[in-house]
Design a protein around this ligand. Structure first.
Ligand SMILES: Nc1ncnc2c1ncn2[C@@H]1O[C@H](COP(=O)(O)OP(=O)(O)OP(=O)(O)O)[C@@H](O)[C@H]1O
Ligand SMILES: [Mg+2]
Length: 255
């Protein structure tokens, strides 16, 4: 079992760009945001938001980075933690230009050494830690349970397709039975489509839904080239929905 392999707390997982001063770029707003963040940190340690879905390609990494950027732009001190050996989030982070965009500290680790991965992050330094996971987390039952117990909120990104729903509905039922606060985040939707309406009904029967669905948009790929999110860019199709998803998260976390 996974739990027998992961007990080495001294194992060093990869850490990227931690240690940079956290916060936003410049100006009076940044100063205010930093002051707000210091005040928040004095009250509570970091909240942990986990993105997970057993099926690949449902939008875990995309949702994770978009909401992390929205949180950072909202003045939160933000870290991301990538458990996916593909390192998609890490590669994206390497392309970011922290002097131009909201600062996010990035960490990486493996589910095999989950204790070491989580121990890298000092909860006093952040308001929110956004955690991306690989597909097929069910292959790592013990590590996944450790992660879920740590989570203050689990987001389950999904498309509206039959096979996405067949994967995420039982996953949501498991999360509910396991007592974890969770919500579906609909991604790659066509606004006002019948399939969206039907998916909302079907998913809503088993779990809560983030009340903002992210549309299927071309710009989602284009901004990756410069390590950005559509939320960094701002007035782009889909950015408001990502911001709305972050506001939902913020309310759920009580911050
Ligand atoms: N709302 C969207 N509009 C357009 N493209 C999207 C959207 N969301 C995700 N994508 C694209 O779909 C693909 C899969 O998304 P993503 O990598 O976020 O899924 P994932 O769940 O993390 O996948 P994996 O399980 O392989 O890690 C990516 O190419 C991503 O750019
Ligand atoms: Mg991914």
């Amino acid at each position: 079992m996974q739990g027998e392999q992961m007990a080495d707390p001294t194992a060093v997982a990869t850490r990227k760009s931690a240690g940079r001063p956290a916060g936003k770029s410049t100006g009076r707003q940044a100063g205010q945001n930093a002051a707000d963040s210091v005040q928040k940190a004095a009250q509570k340690p970091a909240r942990w938001v986990v993105y997970s879905a057993p099926k690949g390609g449902t939008g875990k990494t995309t949702s994770c980075k978009n909401t992390a950027v929205a949180a950072a732009k909202d003045g939160m001190r933000v870290a991301t933690l990538d458990f996916d050996p593909q390192r998609t989030l890490g590669q994206w982070h390497e392309l970011r230009r922290p002097h131009e965009v909201a600062v996010i500290d990035h960490y990486e680790g493996t589910l095999e050494e989950i204790d070491a991965a989580l121990a890298q992050i000092d909860p006093a330094r952040y308001d929110v830690v956004f955690i991306d996971t690989p597909p097929s987390v069910e292959l790592y039952p013990e590590a996944t349970k450790i992660l879920l117990r740590r989570a203050d909120l689990v987001l389950v990104p999904t498309g509206v397709g039959r096979f996405d729903k067949m994967s995420v509905i039982p996953w949501m039922e498991f999360l509910r039975d396991y007592g974890r606060p969770a919500a579906f985040l609909l991604n790659r939707v066509k606004r006002r489509s019948v399939s969206l309406r039907e998916a909302k009904l079907e998913l809503g029967r088993v779990g809560r839904l983030v009340p903002h669905e992210v549309p299927d948009i071309e710009d989602m790929h284009r901004v990756d080239d410069i390590g950005c999110s559509i939320v960094d860019v701002g007035a782009v199709n889909g950015a408001d929905e990502c911001l709305g998803a972050w506001y939902f998260i913020r309310h759920e976390l009580g911050i």
